[in-house]
Design a protein around this ligand. Structure first.
Ligand SMILES: N[C@@H](CCC(=O)N[C@@H](CS)C(=O)NCC(=O)O)C(=O)O
Length: 215
């Protein structure tokens, strides 16, 4: 039996966790689930109380939240070098970007997809999306600046925040006018991370599952 089971839906935040599992060389299986399902997979519900992907079942129990799953796996596989560890002078910066992606970037990304979570009326939803996009512009400018030296947050080798940002950057709709090119360092970052064999394997699996659902 594999060491981990990843509860996963195609083209979601689960891509980051999936990429980290691949990059770490972990022994895992994917359990494909459907989000917004009125009758959720009971194992998924047990692992993820809001039925959001990703969630992980591992040898020590379950973990949900993208950042937590990614960091948990990365710390259990230190040989992959996906974490800036305590004691390293770059640790504070690592924690900064890790939490920035979860608490500053992600809420506005979710608003771009699901303003209806926050307002029932269409005109209010449009206003919310527009205001949120204004905030995203500042966030992307900050990230673009952080990646100027790059290509990754910490130079030539990607760490957990790179997988969390890189997989969200695949969603053009989160950029102003759907155009990532205003942020050249994020463009380069996305290109670099998408060239990694681990990310290519993950994306192929998601594309296959996506196609299966369309058939
Ligand atoms: N904060 C959560 C958000 C995850 C999330 O919103 N996942 C989406 C897919 S991208 C989902 O499962 N949505 C279903 C729902 O909100 O019910 C995390 O980072 O894991």
């Amino acid at each position: 039996m594999p060491e981990y089971t990843l509860f996963c839906a195609p083209d979601t935040y689960a891509m980051s966790a999936h990429a980290v599992l691949e990059e770490a060389g972990a022994d895992y299986a994917v359990r494909w689930i459907r989000i917004f399902d009125e009758d959720p997979d009971p194992d998924f519900l047990a692992a993820s109380p809001h039925c959001r992907t990703p969630a992980l079942a591992g040898p020590e129990g379950t973990v949900f939240e993208t950042g937590a799953v990614c960091l948990y796996v990365a710390e259990r596989h230190p040989e992959a070098g996906l974490v800036i560890p305590p004691g390293d002078p770059r640790r504070g910066t690592f924690l900064q970007w890790f939490h920035y992606l979860a608490t500053t970037l992600q809420p506005d990304v979710i608003i771009q997809y699901h303003p209806e979570f926050y307002h029932g009326e269409a005109d209010r939803q449009a206003a919310l999306r527009a205001a949120s996009m204004g905030r995203l512009k500042g966030v992307f400018a900050t990230l673009d600046n952080a990646l100027a030296e790059g290509p990754y947050f910490f130079g030539e080798h990607p760490t957990v925040p790179d997988f969390i940002l890189g997989m969200q950057a695949l969603w053009d709709v989160i950029f102003p006018d759907g155009d990532i090119t205003a942020y050249p360092s994020i463009v380069r970052h996305r290109e670099m991370i998408c060239q990694r064999p681990a990310v290519q394997r993950m994306r192929a699996a998601h594309a296959e599952e996506y196609a299966r659902r369309q058939a």
